[in-house]
Design a protein around this ligand. Structure first.
Ligand SMILES: Cc1cc2nc3c(=O)[nH]c(=O)nc-3n(C[C@H](O)[C@H](O)[C@H](O)COP(=O)(O)OP(=O)(O)OC[C@H]3O[C@@H](n4cnc5c(N)ncnc54)[C@H](O)[C@@H]3O)c2cc1C
Length: 498
């Protein structure tokens, strides 16, 4: 049989596209190599000898896009489902070397907090934040109209017209600017404020202010104001909800189905070959992989343009993660669930100098044995040295993992003093683990850095593979990383295909 669409990978992007198409009656096959959906936004269960277990989130822990008008809400309405999420406010606390900043979602509370936390240059800083919020509002309104971004065809250019509003004209001068440019425009030199903004952009745009596209950055800095959410039962609840909808609507979801090759005939993508040799065919092929992995899956049929694009795309970050079962007494009552730590001013972000800590909310008893909490700590890291350590042998790799685990625990102890003494279970994940788990090239995760040359109009589009019949979703493509962003991309693809 020939499917209407084959989707490679049940990451949030692939799942969302598959579920939306199945809802419209398409014959859809979603092929996932693993035994759970969700990819970087999934979870895993670690059983203990006494029969109790932890549920750890693999990567993503904090979710946007479930507020009215958000991308996940749009999908929920379309699919007639309810995601099991609850709002969190504050969104997180940011632990700088000399102060703690609470990111409230409530606009008035955040306004008061930023003035309190950054008293130096507070008047100029307030003008910067108000401008950031005003620009972000325009960006969010534009995104909610699902414009064909980035335009790749004359049809897309025409399709942009209904999404246009006079307010967008005011954004034109901002297209090539960076957040750093804006900070200079407001003469903001306060090192604490600059470090805070760099740290926040690292987790939402993958690059610091001086490299981050301002239009993307204005929205990235707005995450708390838009609303963040916790997925009850762990991140995988979001993916499982989408998978259930896909199956309800007649879609086929195959696990342990690794796609080894995308089949191209007469210049058009016509199907896939699985690792066991089985071939499946479809009118449309949707790949939820990175640009490097799509090039790999095309093999000799990859267009030269795609190979050049893959080569020209700057390396993305990897992640080093710690998954901990922790005695609940280590966590003060009422402490927010998410924390970002910056250990030292004046040093590059990532590589252990920053860490992101997520505690599962105490009310969700499904995540850890009684009296314990499931904790994830992660830092951005360059992937190359991890592969070099692995090539140097098991001892070198294990030594590196142990050293990094200690660095992350040092960072976590800034927010949770004495944490080390309360650890009941511990496991590490490196780019090597992410490569094995998600098959992403070299374990690069979290999407591409949102530099002006790779953001907005200049980001990769769903036709970037350059092979008719082959479409891209996921965090390599517009609008970028996060469950909400890849959902936005999947909606856009669905609207183009239906
Ligand atoms: C440590 C970390 C923390 C993060 N924190 C957050 C956060 O708090 N909030 C947030 O919103 N986002 C966060 N993100 C980013 C977010 O998880 C990702 O941007 C998003 O989930 C990516 O979705 P995707 O659709 O691109 O697919 P991916 O998650 O990359 O999934 C791709 C899927 O395809 C499958 N696959 C790959 N190759 C094949 C193949 N050949 N055949 C079959 N199947 C295949 C994989 O098994 C996987 O399931 C984080 C990411 C990481 C790594």
């Amino acid at each position: 049989m020939i499917y209407d669409a084959i989707i490679i990978g049940a990451g949030i992007g692939g799942l969302t596209a598959a579920a939306l198409l199945a809802r419209d009656g398409w014959r859809v096959a979603l092929l996932e190599g693993h035994i759970e959906p969700g990819g970087c936004a999934s979870s895993y269960r670690r059983k203990r000898p006494d029969g109790t277990s932890y549920v750890f989130d693999v990567g993503a822990t904090l979710f946007g896009g479930f507020q009215p008008g958000g991308a996940h809400s749009w999908v929920a309405r379309r699919l007639g489902l309810r995601f099991p999420v609850v709002p969190l406010d504050p969104a997180m606390q940011v632990w700088l070397p000399d102060r703690v900043v609470t990111r409230y979602g409530d606009p008035a509370a955040w306004r008061a907090e930023r003035a309190r936390a950054f008293p130096a240059q507070s008047a100029a800083a307030e003008r910067f934040w108000q401008n950031q919020e005003a620009i972000a509002d325009i960006v969010w309104r534009f995104a909610a109209r699902h414009p064909p971004m980035p335009p790749e065809t004359p049809g897309d250019l025409l399709g942009l017209i209904p999404a246009m509003r006079p307010e967008l004209l005011g954004l034109l001068p901002h297209i090539e600017r960076t957040v750093g440019h804006e900070l200079r425009r407001y003469r903001l030199t306060d090192p604490a404020l600059r470090a805070f903004i760099d740290a926040q952009l690292l987790i939402s745009a993958q690059v610091p202010a001086d490299a981050c596209a301002w239009l993307f950055g204005s929205a990235a800095l707005d995450l708390a104001r838009q609303g963040v959410f916790y997925a009850e039962g762990g991140a995988w609840s979001i993916a499982r909800t989408l998978a259930d909808a896909l199956i309800r609507d007649g879609g086929e979801l195959r696990y342990r189905a690794w796609v080894a090759h995308i089949l191209v005939e007469g210049g058009r993508a016509v199907g896939v070959r699985l690792a066991d040799g089985e071939e499946l065919r479809a009118r449309q092929i949707i790949a939820g992989q990175t640009v490097w992995d799509v090039a790999r899956l095309l093999g000799a049929t990859a267009p030269r343009r795609l190979l050049r694009l893959a080569q020209a795309t700057p390396e993305a970050w990897g992640a080093f993660t710690l998954y901990l079962g922790v005695d609940a007494t280590a966590i003060p009552a009422g402490m927010p669930e998410h924390h970002q730590v910056l250990l030292r001013y004046g040093e590059p972000m990532g590589e252990g100098n920053t860490a992101f800590i997520s505690l599962h909310p105490a009310h969700d008893t499904s995540r850890a044995p009684a009296g314990q909490r499931a904790v994830t700590i992660s830092t951005h890291t360059r992937v190359g040295p991890w592969w070099q350590a692995r090539a140097a042998g098991r001892a070198a790799y294990l030594e590196r993992k142990a050293r990094w685990a200690e660095a992350l625990l040092d960072a976590a102890e800034r927010a949770l003093p004495g944490l080390r003494g309360h650890i009941c279970y511990r496991q590490e994940g490196s780019p090597v683990s992410f490569a094995r788990y998600t098959r992403r090239a070299e374990g690069m995760v979290g999407g591409l850095g949102q530099r002006p040359a790779q953001s907005g109009f200049f980001s990769l589009g769903m036709r970037a593979a350059g092979v008719p019949g082959l479409w891209l979703v996921g965090d390599s493509t517009f609008p970028g990383q996060s469950s909400a962003a890849v959902t936005q991309g999947a909606i856009r693809l669905y609207l183009a295909l239906r």
